[in-house]
Design a protein. Structure first.
Length: 100
């Protein structure tokens, strides 16, 4: 799974459907435990504001200061994958008071 995450779910090589929603995504931390098999991943992610409903954007990212600046919606994704159980938990967090 760690190889898949590093080679298919990051900027430049992610599937087209994912790249339409995500501007950039990089793995920032990984942890692999052998027994029981558990893998943890942390991503630094910037979502495309065009893919998020406008009503949510007001609460998730700050407005651009001028017309030349683009809105940014940055977050941290934390994945906890229990391979034996076939379960995964994903948490997304953005910075408070502005989200960028």
């Amino acid at each position: 799974l760690a190889v898949l995450v590093r080679t298919k779910l990051v900027t430049g090589v992610m599937p087209l459907a994912l790249s339409q929603v995500i501007r950039s995504r990089e793995v920032t931390k990984t942890s692999v435990q052998q027994m029981p098999p558990i893998e943890d991943f942390m991503f630094s992610t910037e979502l495309s504001p065009e893919a998020v409903p406008e009503a949510f954007l007001e609460h998730l990212c700050r407005r651009a200061d001028n017309a030349m600046e683009r809105r940014a919606f940055r977050c941290v994704e934390s994945w906890h994958v229990e391979l034996e159980q076939g379960q995964a938990m994903v948490e997304m967090m953005n910075a408070p008071a502005g989200g960028s």
